[in-house]
Write a protein that binds this ligand. Structure first.
Ligand code: NAP
Length: 279
């Protein structure tokens, strides 16, 4: 039976540490969160981010803009926040309504305040192994691995998914930690066979039960990033959890695994931004 990698408990620990460090600063870290439109899932995420910010003792500001907001208005707001001394982190909740170029918006956020780690400057820093903000989800996964003394060094790591926010940075972080990394995607042939080679398997696709027990090597560590809803409307990941936990050595549950750590690392990145900006 697999060890359950408890992201929820670790996230609480990270947030407590962040709060303690934030208390030692001359000014509270400030996080501005922008939401455009009425996407219900985005609203839930933004509410959680506000709650986390308050728990960590941050200055928390929310900008809820209507669906019909233009790209120019949104970028003008970001520029104002870029110039504010008391704001250390700026986050624009994705997805944005049609007609707004997400890339242009992400590019408008100052790289020093890009606590989501999505600006090409921070992505590039990760690629070449320089200091920058790490995208929160893969950053959180690396913290889970470290907490449970799972060292990617020399291990075969397979990441399913190649998005800019999860799959690609995940692969780079595992590579940085000396894993031997394979990235799979929708055109990968013999996916099950590739997955069976993994000592560490990360699933970041968004399809219920796509990782079945026959795709997992006995004793593998399985990290389930996805947040799906099954037919009953229950939150679940990509992994057939019941069957896979019988053969994996360790597994993240959904909920209570990667999700809470993503939120905690946003707080950590905001603290780091504040520390850097306060010298
Ligand atoms: P995404 O941008 O939609 O990327 C999905 C990836 O899966 C793509 O690279 C796609 O390949 C690949 N894929 C699709 N079908 C596949 C198949 N049959 N076999 C192999 N690969 C396949 O999604 P994302 O933003 O990375 O998010 C992935 C999941 O993680 C979603 O469920 C999302 O909700 C969740 N998520 C969770 C957190 C968290 O905090 N827990 C944070 C972010 C995202 P192609 O590139 O070839 O299309």
């Amino acid at each position: 039976m697999a060890t359950i990698l408890d992201g929820k408990a670790l996230a609480e620990k990270v947030k407590q540490e962040v709060r303690k460090e934030a208390e030692g600063l001359s000014r509270k870290p400030g996080l501005a969160v922008i939401i455009v439109g009425n996407n219900p899932a985005s609203r839930v995420y933004v509410n959680s981010k506000r709650k986390d910010s308050e728990e960590c003792g941050f200055l928390s500001e929310e900008y809820a803009l209507p669906e019909e907001t233009t790209q120019e208005t949104l970028i003008a707001l970001i520029e104002k926040l870029n110039a504010r001394q008391d704001i250390d982190g700026i986050l624009c909740q994705l997805p944005l309504p049609k007609g707004i170029d997400e890339e242009a918006v992400l590019m408008a956020i100052s790289p020093e305040k890009d606590v989501d780690g999505f600006h090409p400057m921070n992505m590039g820093a990760l690629l070449v192994g320089k200091e920058g903000f790490l995208p929160c989800t893969p950053y959180g996964i690396m913290e889970i691995l470290q907490e449970y003394s799972i060292d990617p060094k020399g291990k075969r790591c397979v990441v399913i998914g190649r998005s800019n926010i999860v799959g690609k940075p995940m692969a780079l972080l595992l590579l940085q930690q000396h894993g031997t990394v394979t990235v799979c995607h929708s055109r990968t042939q013999n996916l099950a066979e590739v997955c069976r080679t993994a000592d560490i398997l990360v699933a970041a696709v968004g399809k219920v039960n796509m990782v079945t027990a026959d795709m997992v090597k006995p004793g593998a560590v399985v990290i389930d990033v996805a947040m799906n809803r099954n037919e009953a409307g229950k939150l679940c990941g990509d992994v057939d959890y019941t069957a896979v936990q019988e053969i994996a050595s360790a597994i993240t549950p959904v909920p209570g695994g990667v999700g809470p750590m993503t939120r905690a690392m946003l707080m950590k990145n905001t603290l780091l931004a504040a520390q850097k900006r306060q010298g």
